[in-house]
Structures are given as structure tokens and as C-alpha cells.
Design a protein around this ligand. Structure first.
Ligand SMILES: NC(=O)c1ccc[n+]([C@@H]2O[C@H](COP(=O)([O-])OP(=O)(O)OC[C@H]3O[C@@H](n4cnc5c(N)ncnc54)[C@H](O)[C@@H]3O)[C@@H](O)[C@H]2O)c1
Length: 379
């Protein structure tokens, strides 16, 4: 097996999911390359050393520029907050490194466009970690839609609900709460949660033509974790938008961090002339399927337990009936990235694919300001 020397930047939530995926992928998938955990980069050396010990990284760096300069690194994996993605990715592309970057690709469309230009100019393999595409039930939905099982599509609806920012005592900014700081996150639920819904939607149902959105910031001021000063909150706490897809279908999207009782309720449903599909992250191994062609007496929603060997990714895991979970989606993503290297056919979403989601997010935020329908720019 050829070595794929990985340099990871950021050891937080995603640093762990990625490390786990790099470590496990060759145990479950037959691939030409084997990821080697060469270096973890974090600003705190002590924490980087702890992380390296726990996950098996061979070395640590405290400056991502030094990591990118290393000759023994093939792939830069970006698992840092959103405002650092562009600078790191552009430098990594100039240095000829492959790049896997966390979502959202960038702070906004224009920044994402520069990232796309950089990786395409350098001709380096690149991918964005929109991992929900690789939940087997979601990949099965993609297969069924592409095979025409739903026929003409009329509706798409998605939501992503959480409830962790309801307390006015919660500060904004800093290491654990950068998602509440617009300067670091770019936006609130739109870039954080709806970006996932949009990525899946565009993958399943094609491009979005225009959107009409509303956003709200329920808690207007919060103390900043680092300065202690009470400051205006500049992120969207909640966002709902209508969309028209290029294929003529209509859509609704909703996301909030104020839906008491919901931790990470990502759901979508798609309705076509011949059938419908529905999926729910809290029951992620199941796909609901309604097929109008079924005999009338027994027609109804099928609840497909996506664990069989002929269903996406599942032949690489256990035996039929035994399900997998969230962390496996990242393993699938690494497997697909490596298969893309071998076949020369890049796995999606590339930076260019992910730019489309960025443009939709920009149009959503613009529409919330203008209170008008906004066209999504072509990527
Ligand atoms: N694909 C998904 O489902 C998913 C889920 C969560 C987060 N994310 C994305 O992953 C990224 C990271 O999110 P997270 O939840 O892991 O955040 P986190 O706060 O848990 O971790 C961020 C890490 O980046 C490090 N970091 C920050 N600036 C750095 C710098 N200049 N140099 C080196 N390290 C630096 C921090 O120390 C920390 O280790 C974000 O872009 C986020 O949107 C994606």
C-alpha cells in the first residue's frame, strides 16, 4: 500500500472524527493508499502532544505554516473554525498539498471562489467534509432518485434543529463558543447547520435557482468569552427559507438552535410523482420509502433498515441487520477520497461542488436582509 501522509490542523470535535477515520479506513476498505498520521498541528503544544499520544500522530506542530512547509506531508486536513479555512487551504494548495477541508468551505462565496481557484490552479486533489452524504441511507436515497424511482420531483423539505443556545447567560466567542461569533463563524445556523441541508439537497435534487429567507437573532447581546464585554450578537440564531430548484420543485428549509428538546434533528423529505423518501439523523440507518407503483392493498411507507451488503457501504462493515453510526460517515469519506485518487475521478464534494452551497448560503443571508427573493449565483 502507498502511504498517504496526513497533517491534521485542529484537534477538536472534527479533529477526532477525522483521526478516527484515517486510522480505521484500511481495516474496512481495500484501498491503494494507507493514511499515515504524520503530524497534528495545534497552537498549544501540550494539548497537541496529548492528542498525538492518544491518536497515534508521530509528531506535533504549533504553526500550520510549518506543517504545510514539511516535505513529509501529502495531505493537509483542515479541522479548524471557519475563518481559518481559506488562508490555510490557499497556502496548502500553493505548496502542492492535497486538501480535505471542513465545512462550510469558507466564510462566504467570494472567499470560497478564491479557494476553488487555488486548488484548481495547483491541480491538487481536494474535498470538503460534508459527511452526511455518506450515511448509507442518504447514499441509497441518492441512488433511488438518480434511477428515476421518484419520477418528477415536486417538493423538498429539510430541517436541522438544536436547542443549545437558549440561555441568555451563554457567552459568545472563544475556544468553545466560536460558533456564536460571526467574525469566526461567518454566520449562525445558516453556515453551520443549513449548509449541511443545502449540500445534501443540491446533491439529491440539483441546483437551487432562488431563495426567500427570514432570520432571527433571539438574544441580542452576549458577553464575549475572551474580553468579558457585553457585545451585540451578529449571528443568525434561526433561519427559515423557501427555495425554488432549477428542476421546478419547491422547497422549505428551517434551522434553529432554539428548538427546545432537539439536539441535532436533521431531517429531509423529497416527494416525486412516483414516490417519496424521508430520512432522519436520529434514526440514521433507516430510509423511509413510499412507492406509488406498489399494489394498492399493501401500498404504504416502507421502513428500510439500511444494513445489507447490497446497500451503500454496508458490505464493508458487519453482517446484515447490524447498523453503523455517525463516525462511519467520515470513514466512508476518506475511503471515497482515496478511491478518487486511485481512479483519477475525484470524489465529491470537491471545493467547487461545495462553493455552490456557499453561494446558496450567501443568497439566503442576503434575502433575509433585503426581504426579497434572491437568485443564487452560478458557481
Ligand atoms: N462535518 C460536520 O458534521 C461538522 C461538525 C462539526 C464541525 N464542523 C466544522 O469543523 C470545523 C471545526 O469545528 P469543531 O467543531 O471541530 O471545532 P472545535 O472548536 O471543536 O475545534 C477546533 C480546533 O481548531 C483549533 N484551532 C483554531 N485555530 C487554530 C489555528 N490557527 N491553528 C491550529 N489550530 C487551530 C482549536 O484549537 C481546536 O482544536 C468548523 O469549520 C466546523 O464548521 C463540521
Amino acid at each position: 500500500m502507498k502511504k498517504l501522509n496526513v497533517g491534521l490542523i485542529g484537534y477538536g470535535f472534527m479533529g477526532r472524527t477525522h483521526s478516527n477515520a484515517f486510522r480505521k479506513v484500511n481495516n474496512f476498505f481495500d484501498l491503494e493508499y494507507k493514511p499515515v498520521l504524520r503530524a497534528i498541528c495545534a497552537r498549544s503544544e501540550d494539548k497537541a502532544i496529548d492528542f498525538a499520544d492518544k491518536w497515534g500522530y508521530e509528531s506535533v506542530e504549533t504553526d500550520w505554516r510549518a506543517l504545510i512547509a514539511r516535505k513529509d506531508i501529502d495531505l493537509i486536513d483542515i479541522a479548524t473554525p471557519n475563518n481559518s479555512h481559506a488562508e490555510i487551504a490557499i497556502a496548502a494548495a500553493k505548496a502542492g498539498k492535497m486538501i480535505m477541508c471542513e465545512k462550510p468551505l469558507s466564510m462566504d462565496g467570494p472567499e470560497g471562489k478564491k479557494m476553488v481557484a487555488a486548488v484548481e490552479k495547483a491541480k491538487v486533489p481536494n474535498m470538503v467534509w460534508y459527511n452526511y452524504r455518506r450515511v448509507p441511507a442518504v447514499t441509497l436515497a441518492k441512488q433511488l432518485i438518480d434511477e428515476g424511482k421518484l419520477g418528477k420531483i415536486f417538493h423538498y423539505r429539510a430541517k436541522f434543529l438544536q436547542d443549545w443556545t437558549i440561555s441568555p447567560e451563554l457567552p459568545q466567542g472563544g475556544a468553545g463558543l466560536w460558533r456564536l461569533d460571526a467574525k469566526v463563524a461567518g454566520s449562525g445556523v445558516t453556515g453551520d447547520l443549513l449548509a449541511h441541508c443545502i449540500d445534501t439537497a443540491v446533491w439529491l435534487n440539483g441546483s437551487i435557482d432562488k431563495v426567500n429567507a427570514m432570520t432571527e437573532t433571539f438574544i441580542k447581546e452576549r458577553k464575549h468569552t475572551e474580553t468579558g464585554k457585553v457585545q451585540k450578537v451578529q449571528i443568525d440564531d434561526a433561519c427559515a427559507f423557501l427555495a425554488r430548484f432549477n428542476n421546478g420543485s419547491l422547497a422549505t428549509f428551517e434551522s434553529t438552535r432554539y428548538a427546545r428538546g432537539h439536539k441535532a434533528l436533521y431531517t429531509f423529505e423529497i416527494n416525486g410523482e412516483k414516490g417519496s423518501l424521508a430520512w432522519d439523523l436520529h434514526d440514521l440507518h433507516r430510509l423511509q420509502y413510499f412507492n406509488y407503483a406498489d399494489e394498492g392493498r399493501v401500498r404504504g411507507w416502507r421502513n428500510i433498515h439500511v444494513t445489507d451488503g447490497d446497500q451503500p457501504y454496508m458490505k464493508n462493515w458487519w453482517v446484515p441487520g447490524l447498523q453503523i453510526g455517525y463516525e462511519h460517515t467520515f470513514v466512508h469519506q476518506v475511503a471515497d477520497f482515496i478511491q478518487g485518487l486511485s481512479s483519477g475521478k475525484p470524489a465529491s464534494p470537491t471545493f467547487r461542488d461545495a462553493l455552490e452551497t456557499q453561494y446558496v448560503c450567501d443568497a439566503v443571508l442576503k434575502s433575509a436582509r433585503t426581504q426579497k427573493w434572491e437568485k443564487v449565483p452560478k458557481k
